[in-house]
Design a protein around this ligand. Sequence first.
Ligand code: BGC
Length: 455
Amino acid sequence: MIGSGMNGISRRELLKRASAAAVIGGMAKLGYAQPASGTSTAAAAGKSFPEKFLWGCATAGYQVEGNNTNSELWMMEHLPGTIFKEPSGDACDHYHLYPQDISLLADLGFNTYRFSLEWSRIEPEEGFFSNAELDHYRRMLAVCHEHHLTPMLTYSHFSLPRWFALKGGWENEKAADLFARYCEKATRHLGDLVGYASTLNEPDIPQLLGWFNLPGAPAGMSIADMMHGALTKVRTQVNAPEFSDLFLGDGKKTRDGLLASHAKGKDAMKSVRPEMPVGFNLAMTDDQAAPEDSHLEEKRTDVYAPWLEAAKKCDYLGVQTYSRSIVSAKDLPAPKGAELTQNGMEFYPECVEHVVRYAAKQTGVPIIVTENGIATEDDTRRVEYVQRALTGLKSAIDDGVDVRGYIAWSLMDNFEWMSGYTPKFGMVAVDLKTQKRTIKPSAAILGNIARRNTL
Ligand code: BGC
């Protein structure tokens, strides 16, 4: 799938050449100093990351697997007047192509793969658990180990079983028990192969969206207004007055349900496999006080505080950051003239350093950057973004911040939720018709940094 021009050359060799070419080409364009030979500076003073640093790329089941027909999102994508730009369909067919995708990740130089289980495949009907689907994920974990990759497994990355959402999603008073039962079954089947487990991906999204400045939103419309309209419509369309999911519903009730679900889910995982490191992944913007009328502390209390508290009882905290926000009564639009990425966010790689410093200080637990990246068609911008993000991260580490890894979003271009396939977050391009993968220079460059564990 990597390409047709491989006659007579092994893929590993091809990648080595691609890496070298991309590094030299990319760096020359960007003006970064490069050593004469790739490995000579591996031990260059001050440039190395800590030993056993986790270097990886992330995906989420729903965004790459394809055909998650039992999920609430699939149902919503196919409703008349849906808020989704296009349906997810086959996505990247990672459900079938995972062996080569994982092997590609390893060949690029990474040592970690973060991916997620699709709860809707494992428990397609309430109380019915599929051993065949659990075996599928067991094979994925096994392939990671074959390639010496540490698997980082997220149990719930946004999408939900349709039956769970129809019954109120995280607002359902039984949500925590239902989630914990699923966590227990999955851990029993898979836990011995998991490197790091996460209960939930970005459970603070409902609150974060309330502060967010949505570029291109109709004048006077907040995200909350738009989400409320969408929720009412979906409930009517599917004739389920209780319907709710992470994005659509009552933010406060959803948060209570998520906090309880995280706690019970974590206990369930630990009851089966006490030594498995468990945490979760928090969405964090680099929040900065507006010069006037700053509501920075209010935002931090509203969005992060309960989760940072929960993180104190975890083995690690995954932080996921993409840009900064200048916080007034809401997040302000990006400063005039700022470079924007494909999804309207400010190009601001320094967010990584600022966020890890803040998260580590607040929680005292080890931090792993479990998502960071940009949406762009211009891969040279991604290369610069990653380089600057890592420079900042390294400076935090040098100051003693306990950071254990950097996982880029994303391994490949994929289904960006309501925005469909337009935003390109991938380090590897995917032709959605042929499923052909094409390595972008950023993948080779970050992979080489990973291989050398050195900037
Ligand atoms: C999510 C990903 C998403 C990415 C880029 C994160 O909020 O975890 O699923 O694709 O951001 O928007």
